[in-house]
Write a protein of this length. Structure first.
Length: 202
């Protein structure tokens, strides 16, 4: 609970700081470009962090007596990613794109961004048990594996975007991909009280 609150507080403070930094730019174009880039990077970083949380937690569990509970933290990171992605889209439409809705499907990098946002919004919506019950979503876990699809779409969006440094994009997404491979590490087993008692008597 403390970790999830820390994520929300950290994201709120971070976005406030980014807004302030952008506002300090002398020219309106530079200000708007900074906000578009910053919100995009914030969303992508949080999305990749939500994907990397499980394998990192699984690896950490092999070195601790009590494996950490990653689920709430992963959910907080994912929800924050959806919020930042929505903010990124809104800022881009209001500034850089000038409300040119027709371009969203005409250009490949914008189309990938729209699809990534739609996936994140769907995952955001189905992160609440009452909504899942109301929609009668039975395959909840397979549905949330679409987060990997969202990450690939975000990668395409960033690589094709004229505003992103491709070296940084490949570096950040490559690091996240390497961390995701830690999912291959077997999950640490939690010993039951009876097992712990039997081990203590041997």
């Amino acid at each position: 609970m403390i970790a999830t609150r820390g994520v929300y507080v950290g994201v709120g403070l971070g976005l406030s700081a980014l807004f302030a930094f952008g506002w300090a730019e002398a020219w309106a174009f530079e200000r708007e470009l900074f906000w578009v880039r910053a919100s995009g990077w914030a969303g992508a970083t949080l999305l990749l962090a939500s994907i990397a949380a499980t394998p990192i937690g699984r690896l950490a569990g092999r070195f601790t007596a009590k494996p950490p509970s990653i689920g709430p933290l992963r959910r907080a990171l994912g929800l924050s990613a959806a919020v930042c992605a929505s903010l990124h889209a809104g800022v881009a439409l209001a500034t850089y794109l000038g409300g040119a809705w027709g371009q969203l499907l005409a250009l490949a990098w914008l189309r990938a961004g729209v699809l990534a946002l739609l996936v994140l919004l769907a995952l955001w919506l189905t992160s609440y048990p009452p909504v899942v019950r109301a929609l009668r979503v039975k395959l909840w876990k397979p549905l949330h594996r679409l987060v990997f699809v969202a990450a690939l779409l975000a990668l395409q969006h960033a690589l094709l975007s004229p505003m992103a440094d491709r070296a940084w994009v490949l570096g950040v997404f490559g690091l996240a991909g390497a961390l995701a491979l830690l999912r291959l590490v077997p999950q640490a087993r939690r010993s039951t009280p009876s097992q712990a008692s039997s081990q203590s008597h041997t």
